[in-house]
Design a binder for this molecule. Structure first.
Ligand code: PLZ
Length: 449
């Protein structure tokens, strides 16, 4: 198969998974790659596109992970490939801080246009989500002259020192890696299913609990920023109740606290709109993006109010590779694809297809406590059974593993490891989504009987 042939859009298993060639590579991995770098499904990929990953043994796997919400436009999407190919032949790097280039500026112009709010904005580009979050905090601290940052339970913001501190979950992200950066505080997340006072009370009580942390424990005038994922990613696709996020945003505005929306996982069409904040008309002061922005190349951004972004002294933001020209070209190709193919609309269509099937599944299995998420970012939370919210990571892991064995790449999430999540490429044809859902149905039957 040459790389000019499109990847066939069908699942095909020619060996058990992982096959012999993958197993051989995995043995080399064990001898050469640090053990701390884990692998979910050790099928070594050689090509990918549409909704399929092809492994080194010739197996064709259905992708329900998009490399953790990255390849929303699909792997090697044609406009991304064309833009990257041209760019890589022209020049690969100058360092924007040394001798600049148009592609960086154009990505920032696109970010100003696409992100929530029509105020004047500026952006700075980086290499990873964690780096974007770090820089958003730097901007918030400089702009406010304050130090404290408030994050939420179940939140995930990265693996660098500051972002580990912002991340809630210990294993595997933080365990043994402290001490963490100071001046980070944590507020309860508005998590309707697990809110102690019940889902009905969640919005009001969670807002009051948030205010209590900021007002009583930190002090508004010490709080530089509040950072929130509008729908939590690694934490288990937790969707706060309607109205909660706008109230948090209003409160921040009232007290001069910078609201940072971390849309690294939710951004760029994933949730059925360009950004998850758009669903409730929330306009954050700063927004961090990465993952889906560049069709698989490493690029991240902080975008926000011009007055905040421009408060940092010249030379205060940057990095050798931030906004690399090849990654910027990829982003322009990815954004052009999202516009041309109406990927927000496609994510909405995927949600309809999934919800219908997942609701049927829920009617059969009382371990499914909730189906939640938005667009092509959907999950089911598994518990002990009817009325018992004890997390069920064992069934979650077994179902996930069964899917892998059948050539469906799925991911889990959640503080308690009991959330089974779906992030298909928006380029997946319906028949692959349906087939993936058949496999999930079968996995439930095999694991739970
Ligand atoms: N903020 C909301 O989802 C990355 C991490 C997977 P980086 N999420 C996937 C893992 O186990 O490392 C993420 C995110 C949100 C920040 C990040 C961090 O982005 O590009 O991984 O640094």
């Amino acid at each position: 198969m040459t790389s000019s042939t499109p990847v066939p859009q069908e699942r095909k298993l020619v060996t058990e998974l992982p096959g012999p060639a993958s197993q051989a590579l995995h043995a080399r991995k064990g001898a050469a790659v640090a053990a701390g770098v884990g692998v979910g499904l050790p099928a070594y990929v050689v090509r990918a596109g549409g909704g399929i990953l092809v492994d080194v043994d010739g197996n064709q796997l259905i992708d329900f992970g998009s490399g953790i919400a990255v390849t929303s436009v699909g792997n090697s999407a044609p406009r991304v490939v064309a833009a990257v190919t041209d760019q890589v032949a022209d020049f690969t790097h100058t360092c924007f801080m040394v001798t600049p280039y148009e592609e960086y500026v154009e990505v920032c112009e696109q970010l100003a246009e696409l992100t929530p709010g029509d105020h004047e904005k500026r952006s700075a580009l980086f290499n990873s989500g964690a780096e974007a979050v770090e820089n958003a905090v730097k901007v918030a601290r400089t702009a406010t002259g304050r130090t404290a940052v408030v994050a939420f339970e179940h939140g995930y913001h990265g693996r660098t020192n500051l972002t580990m501190g912002l991340t809630a979950k210990n294993m595997p992200y933080k365990h043994g890696f402290g001490p963490f950066a100071p001046e980070i505080y944590r507020a309860p997340m508005a998590y309707p299913l697990r809110w102690p006072g019940g889902a009905e009370q969640c919005a009001d009580q969670a807002f009051a609990a948030f205010v209590d942390v900021v007002h009583s424990q930190v002090g508004e005038s010490n709080t530089a920023a509040v950072i929130i994922e509008p729908i939590q990613g690694e934490g288990g696709f937790v969707v706060p109740p309607p109205g909660w996020l706008p109230r948090v945003a209003d409160y921040c505005r009232e007290h001069g606290i910078v609201l940072i929306a971390d849309e690294i996982q939710t951004g760029f069409c994933r949730t059925g709109d360009w950004f998850a904040c758009d669903h409730e008309g929330v306009v954050p002061d700063l927004i961090t993006t990465a993952k889906g922005i560049a069709g698989g190349l490493p690029l991240a951004a902080v975008t926000g109010r011009a007055d905040l972004m421009d408060s940092v002294h010249s030379g205060g933001l940057g990095g050798t590779y931030g906004g690399n020209p090849v990654a910027c070209a990829a982003a322009l190709g990815a954004i052009a694809t999202m516009r041309a193919e109406d990927l927000p609309g496609r994510a909405q269509a995927i949600e309809r297809l999934f919800r219908n099937r997942l609701e049927q599944l829920r009617s059969k299995y009382d371990v499914i406590a909730e189906i939640r998420g938005r667009g092509a970012m959907l999950a089911i939370e598994l518990t002990a059974g009817a009325g018992d919210l004890t997390p069920n990571p064992t069934a979650t892991a077994a179902i996930n593993k069964h899917c892998h064995s059948q050539g469906l790449v799925t991911l889990t999430a959640g503080t308690y490891g009991n959330v089974f999540r779906f992030l298909p490429p928006l380029s997946s044809p319906d028949h692959l989504l349906e087939e993936g859902l058949d496999i999930i149905e079968d996995a439930f039957a095999q694991v739970l009987g």
